[in-house]
Design a protein around this ligand. Structure first.
Ligand code: ADP
Ligand code: MG
Length: 322
């Protein structure tokens, strides 16, 4: 049986890169970070709980990817560069095969973004994984939720709704072919944090948020914090490739309210349209203009002809009773 310390040593300890931002990594009472002079730290935590965010039989490699990806996505949404992260988790048992796969999935994604594991906490209990990420960004350049301005365009990265479609597949809400279900599941289980796009948007965008609970709800946070409203052109919302094969009604619904895609929703002045497109190309991430920030509060939907559309807006809330 692995001891707590063997487990940490074997699966979660690697020497930090010399000359990087980590002065001291795993193994002491605290890790030490040395942010570059003039930079601010961006810090975010996300916890994933078995039975709530993932199924008990979840593949450990993909689970690790998702746990870190959703945290990196928060850094992306602020325009921050990842530096390091901590991992605190409760595990029912120290199972070597599970731990090896979890650790491989974790470091594979961490290495893609140069984000180092610097510490954490390990305890026995029902599976529960909590990651805290640390990033950095120059003063006054964060893409904050309260920074949308009247007249801004609203943009979405990548595509929406395929993760929600995978959930519909699991719940037997609709029939998908095996290939469609497999593609949708990739979106649900292994989201891509839009770090490069967030960095490229630093001098260009005003406000940003990552879409974890559904566009309507997450854009709603920007609107509320910025004290503004918006109109979205519903049929210009970029549906994921699998969702694009479904009915218009389903496309409208899932692009607007489906969660778990981890795309960025951001606002930028119309004068920045060309710059936003260049940022998208630099980040190899498609960007689509979908609406406009307005002085009238609330969220309005229109179709391609400009006619009002009404859809019941529900985004995910853990504490709301159905
Ligand atoms: P303490 O008793 O001071 O809280 P711990 O015994 O919990 O320290 O942890 C020992 C060291 O291992 C610390 O540096 C801690 O950050 C690190 N650590 C514990 N669990 C993990 C983990 N899951 N991943 C990475 N580092 C970990
Ligand atoms: Mg501890």
């Amino acid at each position: 049986m692995l001891s707590e310390f063997n487990l940490i040593e074997r699966y979660f300890t690697r020497a930090p890169k010399p000359a990087g931002p980590v002065a001291l990594g795993v193994g002491d009472d605290c890790a030490l970070l040395r942010p570059f002079p003039g930079m601010q730290l961006a810090i975010s935590t996300d916890m994933l709980v078995e039975g709530r965010h993932f199924l008990p039989a979840a593949d450990p490699y993909k689970l690790a990817h998702k746990c870190l990806a959703v945290n990196l996505s928060d850094l992306a949404a602020m325009g921050a560069r990842p530096l390091a992260f901590t991992l605190a988790f409760a595990l029912p048992a120290a199972e070597p095969t599970w731990l090896a796969a979890f650790s491989a999935g974790l470091f594979h994604l961490a290495d893609q973004y140069g984000c180092e594991l610097i510490g954490g906490d390990t305890t026995k209990g029902p599976l529960n994984i909590c990651i805290t990420v640390f990033g950095e960004l120059p003063h006054a350049q964060a893409l904050r939720r309260d920074a949308a301005q009247i007249g801004d365009d609203i943009w979405i990265s990548g595509s929406l709704g395929d993760a929600r479609l995978a959930l519909a597949g699991y719940r037997d809400e609709l029939k998908l072919t095996d290939a469609q279900f497999a593609d949708a599941m990739v979106r649900m289980h292994t989201p891509t944090p839009r770090i490069k796009l967030g960095l490229a948007l630093r001098d260009i965008a005003h406000a940003a948020i990552d879409i974890s609970d559904g566009l309507a709800g997450d854009l709603g946070h920007i609107l509320q914090r910025s004290g503004v409203g918006a109109t979205l052109e519903i049929d210009s919302l970029p549906a994921g490739p699998v969702l694009a094969t479904q009915s218009t009604t389903l496309q409208r619904n899932f692009t607007l309210t489906g969660g778990d895609d981890y795309e960025l929703c951001f606002t930028a002045a119309p004068a920045q349209r060309a710059a936003v497109l260049v940022a998208g190309r630099l980040a190899a991430t498609p960007v689509t203009r979908v609406g406009r920030i307005e002085a009238d509060t609330g969220l309005r939907l229109i179709d391609a002809q400009g006619h009002p559309v009404s859809i019941a807006l529900t985004s995910f809330d853990h504490f709301r009773t159905p």
